[in-house]
Design a protein around this ligand. Structure first.
Ligand SMILES: Cc1cc2nc3c(=O)[nH]c(=O)nc-3n(C[C@H](O)[C@H](O)[C@H](O)COP(=O)(O)O)c2cc1C
Length: 207
């Protein structure tokens, strides 16, 4: 892990692929953490990590991870207050950004172009540069503001990807459920051979 600095920028410029990963204060911080783990395992993708203060609260509560545990999983870690960071500019090339999980507050900021921290700014940049933005929005039930904000982000080209577990793959554990969702998200970035197995089809439903 490098903290953002001119030296780490030089490292970043030599990388083949780059993804911004943000973890915000919705429940389900495991999705962002597994995303980093899977990208590390995959290799060849430089990860830029952002964690909101509420995201930290949930990481500590749900996963009992320290900042060092988490930072070690990323290549570059940015403070959400650092609106002068590389990823705040469209001139810094990335393959896109994933917010996992994405709170309704961050969703609202993105939907309204309110770049009040580096997470919202990096998402704004991702949309303006027409790069892929995937939000693992998590709340239930949903009010009209949430639904309208999801529609607005979709209209701007973002992908709303609620982390809803699938059962057709017969997961044996929470880890398998999480990994399946994370693999489906990463497949949206065409990082190589598909990480999630293709559905083989099912016969007999009309009998
Ligand atoms: C334990 C806990 C769980 C939360 N779960 C959610 C959630 O699932 N969805 C959500 O939108 N907000 C949730 N929140 C509220 C957000 O953390 C809060 O709105 C915060 O301001 C979001 O800020 P951020 O987007 O900058 O992380 C939760 C808060 C706590 C403390």
């Amino acid at each position: 892990m490098n903290t953002a600095s001119p030296a780490s920028t030089a490292i970043a410029q030599s990388a083949q692929r780059r993804l911004v990963i943000a973890i915000t204060g919705a429940t389900g911080s495991i999705y962002g953490v597994r995303m980093l783990d899977m990208l590390r395992k995959l290799g060849g993708v430089e990860t830029h990590l952002l964690v909101s203060p509420a995201g930290w609260l949930n990481i500590q509560h749900e996963l009992q991870l320290t900042k060092d545990d988490l930072h070690a999983r990323a290549d570059v870690v940015h403070s959400v207050r650092d609106v002068g960071a590389t990823i705040a500019s469209g001139s810094f090339a990335t393959d896109g950004m994933i917010v996992a999980p994405c709170s309704m507050k961050t969703l609202a900021s993105v939907a309204h172009g309110l770049s009040d921290n580096l997470i919202a700014r990096a998402a704004d940049v991702t949309l303006k540069e027409r790069r892929r933005l995937v939000l693992l929005v998590r709340e239930t039930p949903l009010n009209l503001a949430h639904l309208r904000n999801m529609t607005a982000v979709t209209e701007m080209g973002g992908v709303i990807f609620p982390p809803l577990p699938a059962f057709y793959n017969q997961p044996a554990s929470i880890d398998e459920m999480v990994d399946h969702t994370v693999a489906r998200v990463l497949d949206l970035f065409a990082l190589g051979p598909a990480l999630s197995p293709a559905w083989p089809g099912l016969r007999g439903g009309d009998e």
